[in-house]
Design a protein around this ligand. Structure first.
Ligand SMILES: [Fe+2]
Ligand SMILES: [Fe+2]
Length: 471
């Protein structure tokens, strides 16, 4: 069991006190992080006590405590999950070798890049969501937003620890740049496109936490397989926190749908906009948008980088060790989509070349589970409507589908046809304006905005009307 130093200036279970140089380096990064939080973290309720979960340990049980904390006092710590004795590399050219406790010179640049790209998304999402606290539909929701925000901040700490601890001077420079790039900044944008868009309303936030945080889950799960053991252990622990973010999305979208169904029944109509709900077809359009943007995050169908990362042992597949194949993938094949001017076709490539597509498939399968649950709510209400994930090629900007027009049901269509229908498939200006018009902050304990149903249970056995944020 690694010892947790919970009272240190930077809580940790990596024995920071035993490495003065590293400790000093991180302690000098800490005030820059706090300054960033104050400037680009949540725009309001900055010092209000919030009922937050704080990671304090890495064991299976009781790894976190709950209590009211003012966010600047949140104890952002560095936690790696327990080491696995005699862990071996599970895939790629070094399969069967001992995992690495230090970064091999030949993989230094690639590992740094992987860590920087992952790390960059963490503060980006805090920046994207900073205005949302003004329009939280309840204190329960505001608390969840802040919980997600502080944990994304901790995920940045997790990546910065690796950069400082294992990449010397270059790593320290990269850590500083994490706070210099900003979401949507024209001169210093965040690395990935999806992380430069503002999250303008709570329906978008729920979609983001369901679809885009889930991309994070799949990236982290692949990095958890890494031969670089500190990265693996870091990601393992981050995944624990990430589960709650996706819960916020899954239940959030479910509550929006539930409220719509209630209003439909109450007013005996499919159009609930005059009653302050969000029509099911609008929810579907938001889903189409966020799903497609998130699919792009997995990259092109075939990728030399991804193949090299895998062969090198840097990044595996989702649940690598549970797969029954050779874990080398050079002589195993699969089909990937390929679009021509005439048709959506397929071609056969090595599984090694197609790792992005394989991870995207795993992700899509996972996304479908929530959609099935939402559809059960709809059918239980006796309503004839089915939510559907659009076809993988719909509205994509990365890979073979980029620049093509593809309908949600998977037909290659003309620009004219696209323009004639896009308003039925993606949120229109007026859909967005309508959703925006519903965004009114509700800060009375237990009260909910009119467009979303109350959650069925509160957080950590507290009641729904608990004062989750003392405003
Ligand atoms: Fe995260
Ligand atoms: Fe997250």
């Amino acid at each position: 069991m690694t010892l947790v130093d919970i009272n240190a200036k930077i809580p940790n279970n990596v024995d920071l006190a035993g490495d003065r140089r590293l400790q000093r380096a991180l302690e000098s990064w800490q005030p820059k992080f706090i300054r960033w939080w104050e400037e680009l973290g949540p725009v309001a309720h900055k010092t209000d006590p919030v009922y937050l979960r704080t990671a304090i340990s890495v064991g299976r049980e009781g790894w976190a405590n709950f209590g009211h904390v003012s966010m600047p006092d949140y104890r952002w710590g560095i936690f790696l999950s327990e080491p696995e004795a005699n862990r071996k590399i599970a895939f790629g050219d070094h399969k069967g070798d001992d995992v690495w406790q230090e970064v091999p010179g030949e993989y230094r640049a690639d590992l740094r890049r992987l860590i920087v790209v992952q790390g960059d998304t963490e503060p980006a999402s805090v920046e994207q969501q900073r205005q949302l606290c003004l329009t939280a539909p309840s204190l329960y929701d505001m608390r969840n937003l802040f919980q997600v925000n502080v944990e994304e901040g901790r995920h940045l700490w997790a990546m910065v620890y690796l950069l400082h601890g294992y990449f010397g001077r270059d790593g320290r420079d990269e850590a500083d740049e994490m706070l210099e790039r900003h979401s949507g900044d024209a001169d210093h944008p965040r690395i990935l496109g999806a992380f430069n868009e503002e999250t303008p309303d709570w329906l978008s936030f729920f979609m983001f936490t369901y679809f885009t945080d889930r991309d994070g889950k799949y990236q982290l799960a692949s990095l958890r397989e890494s031969a670089f053991d500190p990265l693996s252990r870091t990601c393992e622990f981050m995944l624990k926190e990430e589960a709650h973010h996706m819960f916020v999305g899954a239940t959030g979208i479910g509550r929006v749908i539930q409220r719509t169904l209630d209003l439909m029944r109450e007013h005996d109509t499919e159009d609930v906009h005059s009653h302050g709900g969000i029509n099911l077809d609008v929810v579907q359009k938001y889903m189409n948008f966020h799903y497609a943007v998130s699919l792009d995050l997995f990259g092109a169908e075939t990728s030399t980088n991804a193949a090299n990362y895998f062969a090198g042992g840097l990044k595996g597949r989702f649940q690598e060790e549970q797969r029954e194949d050779d874990h080398v993938l050079k002589e195993l094949f699969r089909m990937v989509p390929e679009v021509t001017d005439l048709a959506i076709d397929e071609r056969e490539v090595t599984q090694l070349a197609a790792l992005n597509e394989t991870l995207r498939d795993d992700y899509s399968e996972d996304c479908q589970k929530g959609v099935d649950r939402w559809n059960r709510l709809i059918s239980d209400a006796g309503v004839d409507f089915e939510m559907r994930l659009p076809f993988v090629g719909f509205n994509r900007n990365v890979g073979t589908f980029a620049g093509r027009r593809v309908s949600p049901d998977g037909q290659l269509i003309s620009e004219t046809e696209w323009q004639a229908n896009v308003g039925r498939w993606l949120p229109t200006e007026s859909d967005r304006a309508y959703v925006q018009s519903l965004m009114v902050g509700v800060t009375e304990p237990g009260k909910m905005a009119g467009w979303v149903a109350a959650p069925t249970t509160g957080i950590h056995q507290q009641p729904v009307d608990f004062e989750y944020v003392k405003t």
